[in-house]
Write a protein that binds this ligand. Sequence first.
Ligand code: CA
Length: 322
Amino acid sequence: MSERVYGAVTDTGRRREHNEDSHGLSPEAGLFVVSDGMGGHQAGEVASALAVETITKAVLEGQSLEEAISQAHQAILEAGRQNLGVRGMGATVVALRLTDIDYEIAWVGDSRAYLWDGSLSRLTRDHSLVQRLLDEGALTPEEARNHPNGSVITQALGALELADVKVDTVRGRLYAGQKLLLCSDGLTSELEDDEIAAYLGQGGQAQDMAERLVEAANQHGGRDNTTVIIVDAPSGAQARPGRGDTRPINTDALNDVIGQSKKARSKNAIIAAVLIIFFLLALAVGGWLWAQFAARPAPEPEEGGAPVSSVAPVKPSNQYFS
Ligand code: CA
């Protein structure tokens, strides 16, 4: 396996006194983790550090990302019960596992993963109130951008009311020149996706890009802690295939596609039924007209043998219904 090339930066930002984000770098295992802690000083950073530690240990022991993240939830709950940190402290997480050129990303909360290959694609879907309202069509993307509850998440590791967390995952293949970006919401609450893309588009090494993004988040206000990890595709990765080849899709997006194609199928069935009815009606009218034409009496030749017009004078239509 080729050496992993990556960059990582975490920063307290301009407004906060403590950095409650944590991150884990295990390049030899292809494992990278970003966790954003909440609950305040001596709580948030305890929760996020525990998340990274638990996930790293579990994955290195052979567990799946999903199992490892569920364990992190239990570990934070247990720490709260034992008065390590604060009861009710929590953390979001986004974790990446690379096996050769294939990747798996798993997450809980609003820490995100993106794919960069000259354009930016978001791979994760936030577990947040705003995302849920967007999904239900209750908000436009414009309203979502400045929503007052923009930081409310619908699940977190360590949340007391959750017996377990629902971990979402996305898998795909990494092609030559592509990069994966993991980040806490300190980045995405300051920069829109197109701004992130513009900064990444300035190029450079993964570490330069990560530093540039965190600096930009700080320049835009730096209201939160920001953590960014950027991982390059391995040097042995294949050239990117054309359209129509395998591309990643997460569980929610997959359900959307299935729902849309079901809708399209039922719409097509209605259109087909209407067309058939029109066709049958046209057939009936055509048949009726043909019957009228065939039933007309043959014209009698006039004396003197003058040519007879082949078009018979049309008789009043009521004649045929008597
Ligand atoms: Ca945060």
